[in-house]
Design a protein around this ligand. Sequence first.
Ligand SMILES: [Zn+2]
Length: 192
Amino acid sequence: MQSAALFQVENGQLIGARQVPSPNYNQRPEHSEIQLIVIHNISLPPSQFGGGYIEQFFQNQLDWSLHPYFQTIQGIQVSAHLLILRTGEVLQFVNFKDRAWHAGRSSYLGKVECNDYSIGIELEGSDDTDFEDIQYQILADVVASLQKAYPKTDQHLAGHSDIAPGRKTDPGPHFQWQYFREALAQKKSKAK
Ligand SMILES: [Zn+2]
């Protein structure tokens, strides 16, 4: 028996995600096509989970006085299309048709400025902590839906560290690519 997909892309929105609009985006360049999915990790403060600070940060609403670390990122305007919390909840900050500000200076297969043509997914996590199993399962569901909606991303998944080597380390050594790829293959074969 086929079970209904958890997520669906409609009009650049991920149905099944909580919509939390961020002002930190702009238009993708004309004629650019979505052809890459970039996986990140983030936690605020670093290696601490919960608290809602990541969504406040992406909405430019973080109170910088709450933690010394926050002062080091004060005024930085960034975003990602999606964030998957430790609980598995998915938040969408930027419509997929728009350009989120997650990759920075980057290149993939010789093509620079990955923000122009990628979708950025943050996992609430850090370089020194295992991710939750539910995050892998939800990420696999989400990526399966995205690859269905944007077929050019089908073979193009990268970590932030792959597209900005020497500058970025996330999703980090605790992200199990093999485990994730197997979960994704399973979701995709079930969806057929
Ligand atoms: Zn990153």
